[in-house]
Design a protein around this ligand. Structure first.
Ligand code: MRU
Length: 376
């Protein structure tokens, strides 16, 4: 996707030294565009934990490259133990995103095929690059499938503007490229459909205000920023045709964990007969948990609520206290939208109802391995 007209991914090996992985520091966007190198698994874990990078697919890709960096820095005689340690470190960096464990396990599994240190290191690199490439490819396919939803609404409105509401940032900044919730929007725009996006600001970290609005602007997509509480009202006013959001983890039974506030949007959508779609690559599906209530929900510092960060007129990024300093704040990062409120899941293989039977039908190989591992 484009930044100031130049094509970028969100993570890539340094072309002049592939023992360094480059990322965009998302904490500074949209005020400053800074590229940061990752040189160790510890750097990767810190980048995930402190949200230099965030979003399901990008967390997965960063964890995959983090495993490769662990291999780069490992002592040849101790590489297996050091990679296991790195896996534990990366795994603990954020609890809700399913892609994190999925990517770590994928690299761990493939390196067991290597005999020598060099083979293991090369395999880790190859697998990490595959994870990143696949994420971009799958998001592109999500766009192709999800585009049909927007196209149908556009036809029903005789080519009138399709108003899409999204929450948080499930855009290309949350993945390696294209995004999940945004991919159908980009595909619809490319097909000449008139689209407009309502962007929830997404307190407290403001992923919508800082990231989604910016990336849509960079791509020339017509969008309007709204407060987190505005969506229900806009739906009552018939100003929203469809809601499309992303997800950090979706159970194989169709319950969706996504940024806090998503559940309220789904309730409002149900009450107003607005279709509510969730876009995700299959790497976000959790084949072990049967119930959304069992998804671990990250609790972050209350400081994210009691303060606000922005840029001064002089161009300096500053954090200001919003509340009295003593106030207690509770900051759950995610909520769970039950499958019954979801019109469909947009995946790289197509659109499916959010229920166990349909999801298993779309990914039969995953359903089989889940059964043989003894899950319900
Ligand atoms: O806390 P974050 O920014 O890592 O949260 C992830 C998200 O951006 C959202 O929940 C998103 O909608 C789903 S991840 C593609």
């Amino acid at each position: 996707m484009k930044i100031n007209g130049k094509q970028y991914r969100t993570i890539w090996p340094d072309p002049s030294d592939n023992t360094r992985i480059l990322i965009i520091d998302q904490r500074k966007l949209p005020h400053e565009f800074i590229i940061v190198p990752l040189c160790t698994a510890e750097d990767s874990a810190k980048a995930i934990r402190d949200m230099y990078v965030r979003g399901a697919g990008l967390i997965g890709a960063t964890a995959g490259f983090g495993m490769y960096l662990a291999a780069v820095n490992a002592s040849p005689e101790n590489i297996d133990a050091e990679l296991t340690q790195a896996a534990e470190l990366l795994d603990a960096s954020r609890p809700t995103a399913r892609n994190l464990r999925w990517a770590v396990e994928r690299v761990l599994k493939t390196i067991t095929t290597g005999q020598s240190y060099e083979e293991k290191r090369n395999t880790a690199y190859k697998t990490a690059c595959e994870i990143a490439d696949e994420d971009a490819r799958f998001c592109k396919s999500i766009g192709e499938h999800g585009h049909s939803i927007i196209k149908d609404i556009s036809s029903a409105k005789n080519g009138g503007t399709v108003n899409i509401l999204t929450h948080c940032n499930a855009g290309w900044l949350a993945f390696v490229d294209y995004g999940s919730a945004t991919a159908p929007i980009y595909a619809a725009r490319d097909a000449g459909i008139d689209v407009h996006v309502w962007v929830d600001e997404t307190r407290p970290w403001n992923q919508g205000a800082r990231l989604t609005a910016w990336e849509l602007q960079q791509e020339g997509i017509n969008c309007t920023l709204i407060t987190d509480n505005a969506g229900g009202h806009l739906m009552q006013q018939k100003m929203v045709d469809v809601v499309i959001v992303g997800t950090d983890r979706t159970t194989h039974t169709g319950d969706v964990a996504n940024k806090i506030g998503t559940y309220l949007k789904a309730l409002a959508a149900k009450d107003n007969n607005v279709p509510f779609y969730v876009a995700l690559p299959s790497s976000t599906l959790d084949w072990e948990l049967d119930h959304g209530r069992d998804i671990p929900i990250e609790e972050r510092s209350g400081n994210e609520i009691t303060t606000i960060t922005g840029v001064t007129k002089g161009g300096i990024i500053e954090t200001l206290q919003l509340t009295s300093p003593e106030i207690r704040a509770l900051n759950h990062g995610f909520d769970v939208t039950p499958a019954r409120l979801i019109s469909g899941l947009i995946t790289e293989r197509g659109i499916t109802p959010a229920n166990r039977e349909a999801i298993h039908r779309l990914f039969p190989e995953k359903a089989v391995s889940q059964k043989s591992e003894g899950h319900k």
